[in-house]
Design a protein around this ligand. Structure first.
Ligand code: C2E
Ligand code: MG
Ligand code: MG
Length: 653
């Protein structure tokens, strides 16, 4: 290419030199011929045997003859030159048009940039390639502005390199440019830089072809090579690459969880429903896995019914366990195939980076070992490569299975703790508190399973059950003759987040016949802070329903005072951790008193939880708390022990 360049420029130089000599040669020849003519014709005239007058006359004719002959010659020369120029121009125009025509069939055109004047010519065909007419400005800035922002630097670099001519004088770049329709098209631009005799770049002439179709084909090909055509997931080799990238990005503080998911007895699906349905199911599985693991995870298909997942930014081992459980649980939902549905399960082998391996290869191998382990115990199991994590995982899984069964079998029972009005010392209502009656362990307190149920996603089921039991019980109290007692039911943040929550409450009231004014729901500050707007809407809907809402464990969360004023709340419950130190620790005493005065300012009644001593009660009475609840009055009791507590005056305590 270098040689070609050199040859081309020396040929050009040779041609220019020839033309320059030609322009000197013609006047020189004219000078010589005219001189010779004058000298020779004078000599001929002088040697003629005629009179001097006749010689003078002859001289005049000779002068005229010279003028006429040279004028004719000049006219002839100019005519020939003019014809040549016209023909050359026509040829140039023709070849340019031919080139344009050839390029336009490929959706491209010509461009010509004057580097001295800094102007640009863009051929109509090139303008047409981006959907513009001839009126599109021949402007470098306007064209440049249309180039995709991600490609601009590369184009500029290629042009600068060609102009500086250090490694090449050829500009060659592929870039995206915005079409009139707003979308981008791919152009392949090639140009050569032309230099003047001093070697300075003066011009750039180039062509640009529309290569969008080719780029799309290349993209599709690359996709075919890297992705599984059935599910659109990364194929085995591409998953390895993606996992290596994920490991390279790991910051050393967090873990990456790698899971190998094998669909149990998938062969039976193919045998029973046929391979087409089998394919459809695999697509649904792929979609479900992608949905469960979230957008920061990578998902691949390793084999027919085998998938792999890599989840980054995992902070602790139990988060890894949760991720594995979520994936396993996602198979609990049936796969719908028209009017039929299919129950599947998956065996999962889990490895954790960096604990179980350093490279994608080691980790994927570790998941295979874990998967074999999972399979050895039957279907639907999940096993970790590391045994310690596996043990605690199994324990939690067992507990969660038992909890699910207990919920279904109605083994969750609700106990009630009286809430005492400090105005008259009489029982004002009861708080419903759930317990899990385990055959071998006895009563399990809610702190030990509510969190797990939230995590597993069946807090809604438990919540509905408790609400139902509590409302049914409260309806009985009214039948016993007390028309003022209310029941307070705890609602977990997840339950409160559920868009159906308000209708569940409405339905339960309708089913049990309890008046809405006799139900109070206890939510925590967390439930308000997650999505304040949705929380506000839900609270308003509950208020419209006639149900009161209290903030439970107040002081332990992060509710803003502004929010308390704005939201339709009916009560604050001071957390028992504050009441435990109320009166004995100065700091806590100040906190309790300020909560009480804040609530007074907002016109919100306050219930103090966890009152265990008379001193605490006396202080609360003095500070004008509205109600109190605690072991001082009564521990939570079973429904059959409630009757003596109804209407009881606790003033004698
Ligand atoms: P909470 O709503 O703040 O309930 C008060 C807790 O304090 C109850 O614990 C109660 O037994 C205990 N308690 C009451 N008086 C005293 C006292 O004088 N001293 C001490 N040390 N403790 C007292 P429990 O029943 O273990 O409930 C713990 C938490 O579990 C509840 O706190 C509530 O947040 C949650 N919970 C209970 N039942 C349910 C439920 O049905 N659904 C939901 N989502 N959460 C529930
Ligand atoms: Mg409560
Ligand atoms: Mg509480």
């Amino acid at each position: 290419m270098e040689d070609e360049n050199r040859m081309a420029s020396s040929l050009t130089l040779y041609g220019t030199r020839q033309k320059r000599y030609a322009t000197l040669f013609i006047p020189a020849m004219y000078l010589v011929i005219a001189g010779l003519w004058i000298v020779a014709s004078d000599w001929v005239v002088a040697s003629l045997p005629i009179t001097p007058e006749a010689q003078n006359e002859l001289q005049t004719y000779k002068g005229w003859a010279f003028v006429i002959v040279t004028a004719c010659l000049l006219a002839l020369a100019m005519h020939i030159a003019y014809r040549k120029l016209i023909t050359a121009n026509e040829a140039l125009e023709r070849s340019r048009n031919q080139l344009e025509l050839a390029l336009s069939s490929a959706g491209g055109g010509i461009w010509d940039r004057d580097l001295v004047q800094d102007t640009l010519f863009i051929s109509p065909q090139m303008k047409a390639s981006i959907g513009c007419t001839d009126s599109f400005p021949d402007s470098l800035a306007v064209w440049h502005a249309r180039i995709h922002p991600d490609d601009r630097d590369a184009v500029n670099e290629s042009i600068d390199e060609a102009i500086s001519g250090q490694s090449t004088t050829l500009h060659d770049a592929r870039y995206r440019i915005q079409h009139q329709d707003g979308d981008y098209r791919w152009l392949h631009s090639r140009a050569r830089v032309i230099h003047n005799k001093h070697g300075q770049p003066i011009r750039m002439i180039g062509v640009a072809l529309n290569i969008s179709a080719q780029m799309e084909a290349e993209r599709q090909l690359a996709h075919l090579i890297r992705y599984d055509s059935l599910t659109g997931l990364a194929n085995r080799s591409s998953f390895h690459t993606q996992l290596d990238d994920l490991l390279a990005q790991a910051d050393g503080k967090t873990l990456v969880v790698i899971m190998r998911v094998d669909i149990d007895r998938f062969k039976e699906v193919n045998d029973e429903f046929g391979p087409e349905v089998g394919d459809k199911v695999l697509q649904m599985i792929a979609d479900r896995i992608e949905h469960v693991v979230g957008s920061s995870a990578i998902v691949g298909r390793l084999g027919a019914d085998e998938f792999a997942v890599g989840i980054p930014h995992i902070k602790r081992a139990n988060e890894a366990q949760r991720a594995a459980r979520n994936l396993s649980n996602s198979f609990a939902k049936k796969f719908k195939l028209g009017d039929r549905s299919l129950q599947l399960s998956a065996s999962i082998g889990v490895a954790v980076y960096p604990t179980d391996g350093e490279s994608s290869e080691q980790l994927i191998r570790a998941t295979a070992v874990a998967l074999t382990n999972a399979r050895s115990d039957g279907w639907g199991n999940t096993r970790f490569f590391a045994t310690e994590i596996d043990e605690s995982f199994r324990l939690r899984v067992r507990r969660s299975q038992e909890l699910r069964e207990a919920t279904r079998r109605g083994e969750l029972e609700v106990h009630f703790q009286p809430i005492v009005s400090l105005r008259d010392g009489v029982t004002a209502g009861f708080e419903a508190l759930v317990r899990w009656q385990r055959p071998d362990e006895g009563l399990v307190p809610p702190d030990q399973f509510i969190g797990l149920a939230e995590e597993l996603g069946y807090i809604g089921e438990i919540g509905r059950n408790v609400l139902q039991q509590a409302c049914k019980e409260a309806k009985k109290w009214q039948n016993m003759g007390d028309q003022t007692l209310y029941v307070a039911v705890n609602v977990s943040p997840r339950q409160f987040d559920d868009p159906d929550f308000v209708s569940v409450v409405r339905q339960t009231l309708a089913d049990t016949g309890l008046l809405p004014s006799h139900l109070e729901l206890e939510i925590t500050e967390t439930a308000l802070s997650r999505d304040p707007e949705a929380a506000q809407k839900r609270l308003s809907a509950l208020r419209d329903l006639g149900v009161s809402v209290a903030i439970d464990d107040f002081g332990t969360g992060y509710s803003s005072l502004g929010a308390l004023e704005r939201l339709p709340l009916s009560r604050l419950k001071i957390d028992k951790s504050f009441i435990a130190l109320y009166g004995s620790q100065d700091r806590t005493t100040v906190i309790v008193e300020s909560i009480l005065s804040l609530a007074q300012g907002l016109n919100l009644p306050v219930t103090a939880e966890g009152v265990e001593t008379r001193e605490q009660l006396a202080l609360l009475n003095a500070s004008k708390a509205e109600a109190a609840q605690g072991y001082l009055f009564s521990k939570p009791v079973k429904h059959d022990a409630i009757e003596p507590l109804i209407g009881r005056n606790w003033g004698s305590i």
